[in-house]
Design a binder for this molecule. Structure first.
Ligand SMILES: Cc1cc2nc3c(=O)[nH]c(=O)nc-3n(C[C@H](O)[C@H](O)[C@H](O)COP(=O)(O)OP(=O)(O)OC[C@H]3O[C@@H](n4cnc5c(N)ncnc54)[C@H](O)[C@@H]3O)c2cc1C
Length: 74
């Protein structure tokens, strides 16, 4: 991958390039929620990566906004 990247971004394989390591991610098991992100326990909403549904900063943030809008719309 590094050699392939060097073709796109020459210099990537330079001797002084510092590699920290491979990124590994583990995700939570998915919690069962409805389209409002509400669980079977009425009033309990699960947002962000703890839900096992979102896997990124923007997705996690948007899930909070979504749940808040659903609560406000009730
Ligand atoms: C190595 C790595 C790299 C990543 N790179 C990217 C990237 O480049 N772009 C991207 O979009 N996403 C990236 N992500 C994913 C992103 O970080 C998460 O999707 C996002 O942070 C999830 O947000 P969240 O608010 O759901 O959870 P978190 O950001 O994990 O927030 C949960 C918070 O709850 C706190 N907490 C936990 N238990 C308790 C408790 N009992 N009481 C009180 N507080 C508690 C924690 O301390 C934490 O602050 C990366 C993740 C990792 C691990």
């Amino acid at each position: 991958m590094i050699y392939a990247l060097d073709k796109v971004a020459p210099g990537t394989t330079n001797d002084d390039t510092l590699l920290y390591g491979v990124e590994v991610k583990f995700y939570n098991m998915e919690v069962e929620v409805d389209s409002h992100l509400e669980t079977c326990l009425k009033g309990l909403y699960i947002i962000g990566d703890g839900s096992g549904i979102t896997h990124s900063l923007s997705h996690a943030s948007a899930s909070g906004v979504h749940a808040a809008r659903c609560i406000l719309a009730q």
